[in-house]
Each structure stands twice: as structure tokens, then as C-alpha cells.
Design a protein around this ligand. Structure first.
Ligand code: F6R
Length: 273
């Protein structure tokens, strides 16, 4: 087990907040510790904790660590409500590659989360009802009190959730057409079948409404997009760049994912983590 440690680099400046760890396991432990503290603090004061969750390869280690905290350190999820970013459309929740199945396998089945408090957009709602379903998803997030902490991964094209390049800052939960590169990246998982063309996703605004946002990114393959999102212009062409405008958003990186960043000049940052 790798012990927790201080990040290599911690800064918050006008380009957004960045926290770099030498290994992703250390980053995962730091974020899982933050989530556990938030859940426990809310439980202590009799409140729910609302988590926004992502799928994909990036957060697997985080979910494994949360499961470990549940099993070994008595972290209860009884007061937790979850909202996932997205779901393929059309796709049954029981499909092995649905994001509902992913969440069940990685987290929901292993902790004491009330299934009725876990939410994902539906991949089976009738097309005529998609707009109403998406509005209802937004209403459910509001009714839960808003998202306390949103976990994000980073798409190879800069997407967050399935907000592909061109997504407006004001976008809400809606049906989107997946970019060819996004479907290409998913193709390996889908084997002989092709990934769905569409998805339902929280919008950029839905994400930015979260009180705290943690974008996780690992490995050299993400480095250029991390650099564009953190240090480039805020633009709909790189939806993750909108996080620069959120005062409590943080890019939590391993050293490889941070390798294309320019280090801050002395005095430009302040501790953020
Ligand atoms: C997943 C999601 C996507 C992924 C992104 C990175 O719910 O919304 O934005 O976070 O595509 O995927 P990985 O982690 O597989 O590189």
C-alpha cells in the first residue's frame, strides 16, 4: 500500500487549480479521503451528501478505495445520494456496458448505498420523452440540494461528461451525439458491436453548478489535453477549460498527466489542497 503523501505541486491561480501527485494511487487516496470526510461531516450533522460520479477507466481506483474505506474503516454511504454524469442512449441499464452496470460493479454493489438514491440518466426512456426526462434529472439534482462534489474524467478531445467540443457553457442535461473519437475510444470495449451513437449527459452548466469539482487525469496520453484545459483559453472547443471559471474546481493529476504543464512562476500560486 502506498502511504498518503503531499502532492508534488499544488497551486491555484487564475488558470485554475492543479494538484499533482507522483503516482495516481496517492491522488486517489487523497480524493477518497476528502470524500470520506465530506460524507462523515454530513452524517454527523444529519445531512445528505450528494456526489456527482463519472465512469470510464480513470475513476476505477477511486471507487476501489471508497469500497476499501467502507469495508475496513466503516465508511457508511447511508446518507449519500449519487448522480452520474451520463449514460449511453439507447441502452438498457442491464446491458453489460451500460454505465449503470459499471457503477454497480465498481461501487454500488459493494457499499451500503440505498439503490433508490443512485441516479443515472435513463438509456431506455422513449425518444419522445427524452427532453422531459432530462429536465426531470436536473430537477432531481436541485431537489437533492445540488451536487456537493462532482468527479470528472477528461476525454481525449477535452470533453467532460459527454459534453463534446462545441458544447455551450450554458448546456443542461440533454441528448448528445457522440464524437467519432469518443466512439472510437470506446470501440475496444464494445468488441464486435458498435458503441451507441448517442448519450444523455449532464450539461456543462449542470457540472459547473456543483459546489466542488475534481477532474482526475492519469498518464501521458492526457497531458496535452490537460495543458489545453488548464492553461489554454476558456473555450467550448475544450469543454474542460470551463473549469477554470469555477472557484472550487481542481485538476488532480499524476506526474505524467501534468507533464505538459508550465510550472507557475514563483509567487503566482497558493496552496489549494
Ligand atoms: C464518463 C465520462 C467521460 C469520461 C472520459 C474519460 O462518465 O463522462 O467524460 O470521464 O471520456 O474516460 P477515461 O477515464 O476512460 O479515459
Amino acid at each position: 500500500m502506498i502511504p498518503p503523501s503531499s502532492p508534488l505541486d499544488s497551486r491555484r491561480d487564475r488558470r485554475g487549480a492543479v494538484l499533482v501527485f507522483d503516482h495516481r494511487d496517492r491522488a486517489v487516496r487523497a480524493i477518497a479521503t476528502e470524500i470520506a470526510a465530506l460524507i462523515r461531516e454530513r452524517a454527523r450533522t444529519g445531512h445528505a451528501c450528494v456526489l456527482g460520479l463519472a465512469t470510464g477507466s480513470t475513476p476505477r481506483g477511486l471507487y476501489a478505495e471508497l469500497v476499501r474505506l467502507h469495508r475496513e474503516e466503516a465508511l457508511s454511504f447511508a446518507n449519500v445520494t449519487t448522480f452520474n454524469l451520463d449514460e449511453y442512449y439507447p441502452l438498457a441499464p442491464t446491458h453489460a456496458l451500460s454505465y449503470r452496470s459499471y457503477m454497480h460493479a465498481e461501487l454500488f454493489a459493494h457499499v451500503d448505498l440505498d439503490p433508490a438514491r443512485t441516479h443515472l440518466p435513463s438509456g431506455t426512456v422513449a425518444e419522445a420523452d427524452v427532453v422531459a426526462h432530462c429536465a426531470d434529472y436536473e430537477a432531481k439534482i436541485r431537489a437533492a440540494g445540488g451536487i456537493d462534489l462532482q468527479i470528472l474524467g477528461l476525454g481525449g478531445n477535452g470533453h467532460i461528461g459527454f459534453n463534446e467540443p462545441g458544447s455551450s457553457r450554458d448546456s443542461c442535461t440533454r441528448m448528445v451525439t457522440l464524437a467519432p473519437g469518443t466512439r472510437g475510444a470506446a470501440a475496444a470495449d464494445w468488441g464486435d458491436t458498435t458503441p451507441p451513437r448517442y448519450a444523455l449527459t449532464m450539461g456543462v452548466r449542470t457540472i459547473l453548478d456543483a459546489r466542488r469539482i475534481v477532474l482526475l487525469a492519469w498518464g501521458e496520453g492526457k497531458a496535452d489535453m490537460v495543458s489545453a484545459a488548464v492553461e489554454g483559453a476558456v473555450t467550448a472547443q475544450v469543454p474542460a477549460s470551463f473549469l477554470q471559471e469555477h472557484p472550487q474546481a481542481q485538476f488532480v493529476l499524476d506526474a505524467a498527466a501534468a507533464s505538459a504543464l508550465t510550472r507557475p512562476s514563483a509567487g503566482s500560486g497558493e496552496p489549494s489542497g
